[in-house]
Every structure is written in C-alpha cells, then in structure tokens.
Ligand binder design. Structure first.
Ligand code: NAD
Length: 505
C-alpha cells in the first residue's frame, strides 16, 4: 500500500456560484454547502446551495436563449468554432480542474488529469458533428413528390450528473447538446460541484452566448426534481442511480419530455481457458478497482471457466496486492478514497452480508488505513463461493469488491451474465472469434468488450439495456438524442388530385 507523502498541496477553498444568463450569482436564500474531501478530511469547496428560485431562473434563461435563436440560429461552423475553443481551454486548465476533481471525489490525480484532458476530445468530435449534421432526402416517392427529413435541436435540455466522474460525464453530454444547437441547464452532484463551475468559466471565455449553458448548484430536491418536471424543459439527460433515474421518469412524465438515462451496472467479465490469461487477469483487476469500483462500468463480477478457476483466482489475488491504493494526490496512486462515510458503510455491509450467507472472503473485506488520511478507504476485496441468490451477486455495490462465479459452457456464461436487472456492459476473453461473437449476441448489454475492458472513444455510443438506462450518449447516436426529427413532404408542380368535387353542376 502506498502511504507516502503527497507531492501536491491542497489549494484555498474553492468558492462556486450559479451561472445564470451569463452571470455568476449566489442563492436568494444565501445558503451555502461545503464539500469535505473524502481523502483529506478538509473543506475543499464552498458553493451556493440552489433552491427553486435559482432553478426557475436558470431554466427560463435557457428557454429565452433557445427561443432567441442566438445559438441554434448560428451555422454548424460557428457553433463548432466555439466548441473547438472550449477544447483548447480545457487542455490549458487540466491541472487546476484535476486537483479539485481529485480532492472532491477522492480519485487519484493521474486519473483526474487523464479524464480532464481526455474530455477535450469530446468537444472536438462534437464540433465535427455540428458541421456535418444532416437529415435524409427521399427522391423515390414518385415523380410528383420530394421528401426531406430535417433534424433540429430538441430545445432546452436539463443535464444532471453524478459524483463518480463529474467532469467526464458532463463532457459526455454538454458538447453534444451544444453541437446540436440546444440550450442547457446543468446540475452537478452536490458532492462534486467545482469542476462543473470551472467548465462554466471556460464556456464564458470561449464566447458561448449568455443563457446557452446555465449551471445550478444544489441537491436533487428541489433543484434536480424541478429540472425534470419544468414545463419549459424539452429533455432531461441524467446519469446516476437507477432509483433516481426511475423517479426522474415519473417526474418528467407530467410534461412528457424526452428522457435519456445512464444508470447503474453489474457488469461481468467472462474468461475462457483459451484466452490470453495474463492480459485477462490484468483487465479484471483494472476493471474492479478503477475509481475504487465506484464506476457504472465496474466489472464487479468475474465469471471464470471452471478449468482455470483456481490458478486464475490466485493470480488476481497476487495482482490485487500490487495495486497502489492510497493518497489521491500522490501521482503513484492508482486507487483513492470512497466518496462518503455513508457509502463506505454500505460497501462493508454488502461484504459482511455475503459472508454471512456463505461467501468466502479471499482477499480484503475491510476498511483500509492510509497513514495521515481519513478513514474513507476500502481494501481490494475478492469474494468466492458466490451464488446468484446473494445480493452481492446482483446489486451494484459500487466499491472495490469482486465476486467470482464459475461456468462450464458458453450458454451458462451468457446466462450468468444476464442474471441481473442491469444491462450496461460485459466482457469476454477468448482467442476463438466464434465464442466471442456468440457471447456478444447473447448478452443483454449496451457495450461488449472482447479481449479488452473499458476502452472507449467519442465515436462509440454508450448506454445501457434493461434497468441500466435508456437512450445512448456520445457518438452519432448520442448526438442524435438531442435532435428532433421533422418530416417535410413536398409536391412538385400542381399535381394534387382534389378531395372535394368542386365542379359547377
Ligand atoms: P444519484 O442518483 O444519487 O445522483 C445523481 C444526480 O442526481 C446528482 O446530481 C443528484 O443530486 C441528483 N438527484 C438526486 N435525486 C434527484 C431527484 N429526485 N431528481 C433529480 N435529480 C436528483 O447517483 P450518484 O450516487 O451521484 O452516482 C452513482 C450512480 O450513478 C451509480 O448507480 C452509477 O452506476 C451511476 N452511474 C451511471 C453511469 C452510466 O453512464 N450508466 C455513469 C456514472 C454513474
């Protein structure tokens, strides 16, 4: 374990305010909330705590901006130019944003740097979509008809994001919504508001017109809930827990707005004996401990062919011991802190409950002490003797906890993969392409990785099946979510046959 002294120092408390119609403002109530770093136990940010008043003003600002045409009236080239400028500004501000991101979320600084700098590419890709967006034309409807399907921005979009990848997830949504010509209201998680506020600063610097992106800081109630129900909002895109996703569907149904949901996952990696087992073992360890397992894509389930189960488990136990858990501000750290004290208790309860139900802890299973830091760290944990009936096999634990099950046949591996209410992602490891393809076809998930784990690209759509969500983000499909389709049916010449007989008798 890595307990060495950090190379970075904690900056002064970051002060964040709402961004409404191009101006920074505090809450009418003058309420504030503070974020205590989960790793260092000190206040790292203090932000205005929004209420209904700020939320209503932000939504009306986005509505007026959309209706004025100040953004969607621009050409794709002009919108794209602003997006490209934002990409450059992100790259120029990586250190500042990454430091706050690590302190608020508990994630390692090298990971934060990667997520912030990687986000710039989303803006560049979205800029290309702004310029190349097209609809369809139909020239085969008969001599007298031409059809055109136009795509136009859906309107005002509410963007609600979680704490586990605050900047990254914002950047999976915002550039695509803006590229499409939409205007937006953004609410980050109450635990990790600062990187979103910093994004607001960059948007102003890049020349985004006032009101096109508004930011309201605060909690699910009343801010998030109002963003989901308000009559002036046309679409809600939400990333977070399945429980809150369901409540957003209910709230938004009152005005029947479009809802895109990126929710939880209980993802499996399946390993066949003919795979490259060294690569697979590394990917399993990466998949479960990345972001301390607080990741919708966490491969929290390992499904192993029984012929290789014993040596493979030994290998991943040894690898797990080498993963560097510790101070997020140390550049050598690979896994940092758990987001809240409440969450670490929940993780531990799952482990203890599974043990009481007959599972065996093969590694870890307790909180981790890191010298000089808070108690919000959890050990790398591997649990065997798991059955489908145990809640740890089907619930999203959201911690560095791996469960192991075994299979004999491909059919059984597919059945085990599908044996949860979630359907976000899955992975298969085999050198036989036919095995991989059959697995790909059989599993009910939005993304399948074959012989790799969690590689992603702005071009590749992401999203879930079953209770992992609806709709897709990033890629062409993610962009299309922010567009409304309008069919235009045009007659060529005066060839329409009359419906009413208007001849004089
Ligand atoms: P959460 O659902 O508690 O909160 C997410 C956001 O919703 C926060 O901004 C929160 O303030 C807001 N919110 C809470 N109640 C609300 C309400 N009633 N109406 C509107 N907004 C409300 O989720 P979390 O704990 O921040 O994040 C962890 C969850 O997110 C996990 O389940 C994880 O799997 C999921 N997640 C999914 C993806 C994906 O792409 N599928 C990615 C990251 C995280």
């Amino acid at each position: 374990m890595n307990n060495s002294v950090s190379e970075l120092t904690i900056p002064d408390t970051f002060i964040g305010r709402h961004l409404i119609n191009g101006a920074w403002c505090e809450s009418e109530s003058d309420e504030w909330s503070e974020r205590i770093s989960p790793s260092h136990g000190v206040v790292v940010s203090k932000v205005s705590k929004g209420g209904a008043s700020e939320t209503n003003r932000a939504i009306e600002s986005a509505r007026s901006a959309f209706d004025s045409g100040c953004w969607n009236g621009l050409s794709g080239k002009e919108r794209g130019a602003v997006l490209l400028e934002v990409a450059d500004l992100i790259e120029a501000n990586v250190e500042r944003i990454a430091l706050l991101e690590s302190l608020e979320s508990g994630k390692p600084i090298t990971q934060s740097r990667g997520e912030v700098s990687g986000a710039a590419d989303m803006w560049r890709y979205a800029a290309s979509l702004a310029r190349t967006s097209t609809g369809d034309s139909h020239n085969s409807l008969g001599d007298d008809m031409v059809g055109v399907v136009l795509k136009q921005p859906i309107g005002v979009v509410s963007i609600i994001t979680p704490w586990n990848f605050p900047f990254w997830i914002l950047n999976q949504k915002l550039p695509f919504a803006l590229a499409a010509g939409c205007t937006t209201v953004v609410k980050p998680s109450e635990f990790t508001p600062s990187s979103t506020v910093m994004m607001g600063e960059l948007l102003i610097e890049a020349g985004l017109p006032a009101g096109v992106c508004n930011i309201v800081l605060g909690y699910g109630q009343p801010v998030g809930s109002l963003m989901a129900s308000h009559g002036s909002v046309d679409m809600v895109t939400f990333t977070g827990s399945t429980a809150v996703g369901k409540s957003i569907t209910e709230t938004s149904a009152v005005t029947l707005k479009k809802v895109a949901l990126e929710l939880g996952g209980k993802n499996a990696q399946v390993i066949f004996p003919n795979a490259n087992l060294e690569d697979a073992a590394d990917a399993v360890v990466f998949g479960v401990y990345f972001n301390a397992g607080q990741c919708c894509n966490s491969s929290s389930r390992l499904i192993l062919h029984e012929d290789i189960a014993v040596p493979f488990i030994e290998t991943i136990i040894e690898l797990s011991k080498k993963v560097v858990f510790g101070n997020p501000l140390n550049p050598a750290t690979q896994v940092g802190a758990i987001v809240t004290d409440e969450h670490i208790k929940k993780i531990h309860q799952y482990v203890k409950k599974a043990e009481a139900e007959g599972a065996t802890i093969a590694l870890g299973g307790d909180v981790l002490s890191v010298d000089g830091l808070s108690t919000q760290f959890y050990q790398p944990t591997i649990m065997v003797d798991i059955t489908n009936e145990m809640s740890i096999a089907s619930d999203e634990v959201f911690g560095p906890v791996l469960t192991v099950q075994t299979f004999k046949t491909l059919e059984e591996a597919i059945e085990l993969t599908n044996a949860t209410k979630y359907g976000l992602s899955a992975g298969v490891w085999s050198d036989d392409i036919h095995t991989c393809l059959e697995y790909v076809r059989g599993v009910d998930v939005g993304t399948v990785w074959t012989n790799t784990w969690m590689d992603g690209f702005p071009e590749m759509a992401f999203g879930g099946m079953k209770e992992s969500g609806q709709g897709r983000e990033i890629g062409q499909y993610g962009f299309d979510e922010f567009l409304e389709v309008k069919s235009v049916v045009m007659r060529v010449g005066h060839t329409r046959s009359a419906w009413v007989d208007s001849r004089d008798y």
